[in-house]
Ligand binder design. Structure first.
Ligand SMILES: C[S@@+](CC[C@H](N)C(=O)[O-])C[C@H]1O[C@@H](n2cnc3c(N)ncnc32)[C@H](O)[C@@H]1O
Length: 278
């Protein structure tokens, strides 16, 4: 994997006051640890429930992979586990539809904020109770891990996903390279991320995200910093075109991006180039 950094892109997330990369990562981790108890409520409230639709739609795009016997999925920056739950539900549905019974799917949920991971485990425990209809037909693992230094050997996963987490990485290029490293050749990537709105609904979206959202977020969470960071980090994040380029330079092929909901959300998909580079 090449180890150079493309010059025109910002290196990574820099919350206000961050001195360097490790300080930025520490601030991001502490911020998400602080807001974990109210994270789900605010997510659903601030997105008017659309976050659920976005994750379901993303999971649906990977149905061809999720039905495969023994598929191995890693959800990085998993937070409270909502994308992992959507992927798991889709996997179960597809296996049932296609009558796949052998080799259950494995879903690994990784995040570096411990309180988020605790909530992910509780949520998954409730959604997929043992002895329920789906009990025993999925394997879940929860791992406190930094997406920039994943504790897995090369070629470990068939699919790696990240929902609204990639933007928070302190080094985007390293994050993309690390995901490429743990994917098997031909394995797939799905990133859901906010973007600057585009098109006819953009002014309204911008007004909401920049003017209303920070106040509502601060009032409900009691954390003004976290919900000011959100619009600031979206504004500072590379454009979809630049992210596409970054992924292409990090070992991915077939990089594609779709814009959803007035461009507020970008959904990136790609495939790890195989050894021959294609
Ligand atoms: C906005 S939340 C998204 C959570 C979840 N994926 C969702 O869809 O709601 C971002 C998450 O990324 C995690 N995160 C940010 N940087 C990380 C890193 N370097 N390694 C692991 N997790 C990270 C944070 O702790 C937080 O839980």
């Amino acid at each position: 994997m090449p180890s150079r950094t493309p010059s025109p892109l910002p290196a990574g997330s820099r919350p206000a006051g961050a001195q360097d990369e490790s300080d930025a990562a520490r601030r991001v981790r502490e911020m998400f640890a602080r807001i974990a108890p109210r994270y789900d409520l605010l997510n659903h409230l601030l997105s008017l429930g659309l976050d659920v639709v976005w994750r379901r739609r993303a999971a649906l795009r990977f149905r061809h992979l999720l039905a495969r016997p023994g598929v191995r999925v890693l959800d990085v920056c998993c937070g409270t586990g909502d994308l992992a739950v959507a992927l798991a539900r889709r996997a179960l549905r597809e296996r049932q539809r296609l009558h796949v019974t052998e080799l259950v799917p494995t879903l690994v949920c990784a995040d570096f904020a411990h309180p988020m991971l605790v909530r992910a485990r509780e949520k998954v425990g409730t959604a997929f109770r043992p002895h329920s209809a789906s009990g025993g037909s999925l394997v879940f693992c929860f791992l406190e891990a930094d997406a920039l230094a994943l504790p897995f050997p090369e070629d470990s996963f068939d699919l790696v996903t990240a929902a609204f987490g990639f933007r928070n990485l302190a080094n985007y290029f390293r994050g993309a390279q690390e995901i490429a490293r743990v994917l098997r050749p031909g394995g797939e990537l799905g990133i859901l991320e906010f973007a600057e709105p585009a098109g006819w609904g953009a002014p309204l979206c911008r007004f909401y995200v920049r003017r209303l959202l920070p106040g509502i977020g601060a009032a409900v969470s009691g954390d003004r910093g976290a919900y000011s960071y959100l619009p600031a980090s979206v504004a500072a994040f590379p454009t979809p075109e630049a992210v596409t380029q970054l992924l292409a330079e990090s070992g991915f092929a077939d990089v594609q991006v779709e814009r959803w909901t007035a461009g507020l959300v970008a959904f990136y998909t790609a495939r790890k180039a195989d050894r021959a580079g294609g």
